[in-house]
Design a protein around this ligand. Structure first.
Ligand SMILES: Cc1cc2nc3c(=O)[nH]c(=O)nc-3n(C[C@H](O)[C@H](O)[C@H](O)COP(=O)(O)OP(=O)(O)OC[C@H]3O[C@@H](n4cnc5c(N)ncnc54)[C@H](O)[C@@H]3O)c2cc1C
Length: 638
């Protein structure tokens, strides 16, 4: 029996990493919002590794924070160990990663939602979404509660028609023993959405007291901790260490012997899994030449002895999992608390989404997170933030937030999804960006905080602090460009020590900093007028000086990309009427309906010749027929 349960501007289905950001953004932008989850005890749950960040994922978290999202603050408040990955490489790939206290992260996010004005948090399974006149209108729960809404964000994660696989056993279910969302897929298909079937897997959780740590290598956190949030100004201390173990030939032999019982290799799993997060079975098969695979043993929290075995996700039968784990040095007495498993779930074909993350088929309906075909907490949170912002901006009648590929990894992620699509869970990597030297994690605020302020998610106070920082960077840059270091015995002894050429005449400090052997910090003794500046400011000055040339070149590429991005394509173009277009290009353009020439040029199957046809067609006022000869410089004009 249905009943009217209330009215909200925005309904968010899912209180995982995507849903949380979407609901907070919508409420912080002044909308009334309701967020649903199947189980309140799984708000902000980490069903996979108890960590936030990592290569390229760390960039996403900093960008979320710079725009006014919550994940960065939550990660800083609940971290157990912090490491800056790839420190030995250039700043473009420096990536922050923290071990998180899983229950503390959940509690932080649940409380943040509970305390958000204008937001209602509810434990209920949404079984139907309704639309009127092509626009979303209501959501209905399993108990018949009907909520009238102006916008809906679907952030259902790995729960949508979730199916668990462990060896020969398969059953409907969500992660961590939660229920699956059994009914919503049918409602989404009825709305005309195309759903795909993906899969992912997770390793076992084991009892710390059953591990012989004397046989394992220890991995400590960084001495100097860099926070995720640009707002974090309190002292941060590592509280745990992680450990490293390795599989061996015996482990691989057990796995090979039982491959026939793997739901993956027996074909019982239909869903497509993530290439970049392979199960241990996959690793043994795909990298057969490798004698051992690394395992990181990560604590799940301060108040628990449960440990996560990073790198050992599997869906082999339970007893086989125990057998191969006990072949590993240090694990011979291991006690498994949660068995590893694979989960299949439904997600949308992201080519059905606009760059705002609104669906093309139903107005006011947005997608975010795993539901959009990605994998990872950070990828999910980034999309949730954008979807929540755009749902609110549309209701307020304000132009949407569109982040291009040169603004951020968030923009790169969304453009990849809605322009190229994905046929496996999409995970962010630095190699996915052609502008990674500009899209560093250290300058996410410079790139995005003004945008966050403009849309209303960044407060006036925070924006003023940001402006002060930018000013400090600018002042310090011009100071070191002007300050001339005189030649002297001490400086030349120092330069000799560093293996770089002595100076015979005065040299501008900036020039010295640009030398690969030197850096801003080490030149302090020769810079008497140096002001006391925050480390983040000094870091910016150094990076901007050292990579100036590369950054300038990349900026030129960005300007060219933005020139093409600024060539809009009218919404109603009938690609089937443009004679010069190849069939494949016509079909792809018709399906994706790119917003600009720039986006059209990134669609796979649309080649430069097709873009020329399109450019001439648009130049001719976007109507009438255009022939290929015309575009390829044929003489006669229409
Ligand atoms: C087994 C497993 C292994 C994973 N392995 C990896 C990995 O190796 N690497 C990686 O990067 N990521 C991995 N992940 C993915 C990672 O967990 C997700 O990417 C991330 O949690 C996605 O966030 P989300 O917000 O989209 O969804 P989730 O965090 O899954 O949250 C979904 C939310 O939606 C709610 N919900 C769903 N349907 C309904 C409904 N109908 N009504 C009401 N509420 C609903 C749920 O209650 C939950 O609150 C794994 C996840 C699982 C489960």
């Amino acid at each position: 029996m249905e009943y009217q349960a209330g009215e909200y501007d925005v309904a968010v289905i899912g209180a995982g990493h995507a849903g949380i950001e979407a609901a907070l953004a919508a409420a912080r932008l002044g909308c009334t919002a309701v967020i649903f989850t199947i189980n309140l005890d799984a708000v902000g749950n980490m069903p996979c590794n108890p960590s936030i960040g990592g290569t390229a994922k760390g960039h996403l978290v900093r960008e979320i924070d710079a725009l006014g999202g919550e994940m960065g603050r939550a990660a800083d408040q609940t971290f157990l160990q912090s490491r800056m990955l790839n420190r030995g490489k250039g700043p473009a790939v420096h990536s922050l990663r923290v071990q998180s206290d899983r229950r503390a992260y959940h509690a932080y996010m649940k409380k943040t939602l509970e305390r958000m004005k204008g937001l209602a948090l509810k434990q209920a399974e949404v079984v139907e979404i309704r639309a009127q006149g092509g626009h979303v209108s209501e959501v209905v729960t399993q108990l018949g509660a009907v909520y009238r809404v102006k916008a809906v964000v679907i952030a259902t994660g790995t729960y949508l028609s979730g199916k668990i696989h462990i060896g020969e056993v398969s059953y409907e279910g969500g992660p961590d023993g939660m229920f699956a969302a059994r009914s919503l897929s049918a409602s989404l298909r009825a709305l005309g959405l195309t759903l795909m079937r993906f899969k992912t897997g997770t390793p076992a959780r084991v009892n710390r007291n059953s591990i012989d740590f004397s046989q394992l290598a220890e991995q400590a956190g960084d001495k100097k901790i860099v926070p995720f949030s640009f707002e974090t100004d309190y002292e941060m201390k590592n509280r745990v260490v992680c450990h490293i173990a390795y599989t061996n030939e015996k482990t691989h032999e057990v796995i090979r012997r039982n491959l026939g019982r793997s739901p993956l290799y027996s074909g019982r799993i239909e869903g497509v899994g993530p290439r970049y997060c392979p199960s241990i079975e996959d690793k043994v098969v795909r990298f057969a030449e490798k004698e051992r695979h690394q395992i990181f043993i990560e604590p799940l929290g301060i108040d628990t002895d449960e440990m996560y075995l990073q790198g050992m996700s599997s869906s082999l039968p339970e007893e086989v999992q125990l057998e191969f784990l006990r072949t590993i040095s240090g694990f011979d007495q291991i006690s498994v608390m949660r068995t590893a498993y694979a989960i299949e779930y439904d997600c949308i074909d992201p080519l059905e989404l606009r760059p705002t993350l609104e669906t093309k088929k139903v107005e006011g309906l947005y997608g975010a997170g795993q539901f959009n075909g990605t994998s990872g907490y950070e990828e999910a949170a980034a999309q949730g933030l954008v979807a929540g912002i755009n749902a609110a901006l549309k209701i307020k009648g304000v132009p949407p937030l569109l982040l291009d590929r040169a603004s951020s990894y968030i923009g790169t992620l969304i453009d990849d999804l809605v322009t190229k699509g994905t046929n496996e869970p999409y995970r962010m990597m630095t190699s996915r960006s052609e502008y990674r030297l500009v899209l560093r994690q250290d300058n996410a605020d410079e790139r995005l905080t003004p945008k966050g302020y403009e849309i209303g998610l960044i407060s006036q106070q925070r924006y003023e602090r940001f402006l002060i920082k930018q000013q400090q960077i600018e002042c310090e840059r011009s100071r070191v460009e002007q300050f001339v270091v005189p030649p002297s015995t001490p400086i030349n002894e120092f330069l000799a020590e560093k293996g770089t050429a002595p100076i015979t005449t005065g040299m501008r400090l900036a020039e010295l900093i640009r030398r690969p052997e030197l850096d801003y910090a080490s030149l302090a003794p020769f810079d008497p007028g140096r002001p006391a500046l925050p480390e983040a400011v000094c870091e910016q000055v150094e990076i901007q000086l050292k990579y100036e040339g590369y950054i300038r070149r990349q900026q030129a590429q960005i300007n060219e990309m933005r020139r093409l991005e600024s060539r809009p394509i009218p919404a109603g173009v009938d690609y089937t009427a443009i004679r010069g277009l190849r069939i494949e290009a016509r079909d792809k353009l018709e399906k994706i309906r790119p917003l600009s020439i720039g986006q059209a040029s990134r669609i796979s199957g649309v080649n430069p010749a097709d873009i020329s046809v399109l450019l001439v067609f648009l130049a001719a006022g976007g109507h009438g027929n255009v022939s290929r000869e015309t575009t390829e410089g044929g003489e006669h004009q229409k």
